[in-house]
Ligand binder design. Structure first.
Ligand code: SF4
Ligand code: FES
Length: 247
């Protein structure tokens, strides 16, 4: 198929940026969206033009790097997938596709379609971990029994890949879904309860410092999340936060 692409081009964080139009031809339905962008870039390089900068790593839905807003939707028109898992069969010959970076104050554009998501890393560093005694007297993890339901819910929360689609989708640029997934994966397990209060207080504090907005329950984040992270995690984080604030 032949497509028209309207792509956000921005030299650096200071540049104002603009939409540029490109044509790509002979795109197979079997290609992934990123492979289609590879075709565009090969064409640009062959003409001595600057290729479009975009983030990617695993290209199999694991790393969370491929952060694109496609036709106004984070990770494009499909559900429960990342941009790298999006296939060109979701589009048709002659389509015009708008491709933009994830937009949020806390995710400044570095170049073209690449944004800086270090804010997520700093939130993780504020509390997204457990402290383990490695003195030689460490208890074997399997000796601590955990109810199956709690283990499943914790595992579901841990499947968040930190892509930032929830932030890009939210009209308030709220990071509540991401932070609540990271809080929940520990809050549900005995190993996470020891530092639970400091964790939720510190992670929420860092989230606010980074400039993310608040949650107003529009629920768009859950719809666009490629890993199906549930809003129940936000409710759990709010409970954890309230309990921690009162004690
Ligand atoms: S909650 Fe979902 S959308 Fe948000 S960072 Fe995690 S995986 Fe991405
Ligand atoms: S490139 Fe790793 S999730 Fe898309």
């Amino acid at each position: 198929m032949n497509l028209t692409l309207k792509v956000w081009r921005q030299k650096n964080a200071q540049d104002k940026g603009r939409m540029a139009e490109y044509k790509v031809t002979d795109i197979s339905d079997h290609m992934s969206f990123l492979e289609m962008l590879d075709v565009l870039n090969e064409d640009l390089v062959s003409k001595n033009e600057e290729p479009v900068a975009f983030d990617h790593d695993c290209r199999e839905g694991i790393c969370g790097m491929c952060s694109l807003f496609i036709n106004g939707e984070a990770h494009g028109p499909d559900r429960l997938i990342t941009t790298c898992q999006l296939h060109m069969r979701k589009f048709k010959d002659g389509d015009t596709i708008y491709i933009e970076p994830f937009r949020a104050k806390a995710f400044p554009v570095i170049k073209d379609l690449i944004v800086d998501r270090m804010a997520f890393e700093r939130i993780q560093q504020a509390g997204g971990f457990i402290s383990v005694n490695t003195s030689g007297n460490t208890t074997d993890a399997n000796s601590i029994l955990i109810p199956k339901n709690d283990a499943d819910l914790s595992m579901d929360a841990a499947s968040c890949i930190g892509c930032g689609a929830c932030v890009a989708t939210c009209k308030n640029s709220s990071a509540m879904l991401f932070v609540s997934a990271k809080v929940s994966q520990f809050a549900l397990l005995p190993q996470g309860k020891i530092e639970a209060k400091e964790r939720v207080m510190n992670m929420v504090k860092q989230m606010d410092l980074e400039g993310f907005g608040n949650c107003t329950n529009t629920e768009a984040c859950e719809v666009e999340c490629p890993k199906g992270i549930s809003l129940e995690n936000i409710a759990r984080m709010n409970r954890e936060y309230l309990c921690a604030s009162l004690t």
